[in-house]
Design a protein around this ligand. Sequence first.
Ligand code: CDT
Length: 301
Amino acid sequence: MREIVIGGAQMGPIQKAESRTEVVARMLALLDQAAGAGCDLVVYPELALTTFFPRYWMDDASEIDAWFEAEMPNDATRPLFDRARAHGIAITFGYAEKTPEGRHFNTSILTDRAGAVVGKYRKVHLPGHSEYDPDRAFQHLEKRYFEPGDLGFPVWRNLDAWMGMCICNDRRWPEVYREMGLQGVELVMLGYNTPSVNSQNGAEGLKERLYHSELSMTAGAYQNATWVVGVAKAGDEDGHPLMAGSIIVDPNGYVVARAQTEGDELIVHACDMDACTFGKTTIFDFARHRRIEHYGRITSQ
Ligand code: CDT
């Protein structure tokens, strides 16, 4: 049995005025709790270091860049890497990345137990819009502040398992799981910031938002015989509610751990990576059963 005890570190709201240092202190508290629970790996949300700033219209480059990290780790996040190394816990978290060339990505990284970065992913599916939209109840300007990711969907060997990452809206796209599934992924980790209401359809309630999130992750898990860990940043950020619903999903598509609150909350499950083997060698043995001659439209349109 290849068991990895995974902690999903859901985070409650981060207000606009909250500093990186204050946020990292909360992440450290969750990490210590995870160490106490015997975790080997902790998954934090998308854009874990700040409020979900794409809801704010900005035009000034320096105002925008203030939300981005030019290096990782940096002074604010080094304590997180140091504490993770001290506990021997691998971590993954999301942040806004500004490259040395001045490019902007919605990024997540993965470390090993020694705190070394072993993987980086840049969000491919950027929802929302790039210009101010007066018809929306609130803005979702990811297409303004980020470029689509340029790294594809790699997987990495870490903690004796094949691990991959995606970010928030990516979780709704079956191609994302399949790209990693074709590389034998056993654990997909993702964070999200999902508004509790649809900015373009006020009738769509929280119940439906939570259902679609869970449906996407449970289907991705089952159809690729992989564990999926989805972790929210939730709660009310300066009057803007984000939904919770963090879950750990097994390779049969069953939810085995679920957050109960919209605050900082750790969910934990001992995940056996060998539980992926049955699905990968039977119904979802891709090499034997896929019929790619009929899938041309998926990449040509
Ligand atoms: N952060 C993120 O990708 N959120 C989206 C909201 C979509 S509404 C524009 C999500 O898919 O959850």
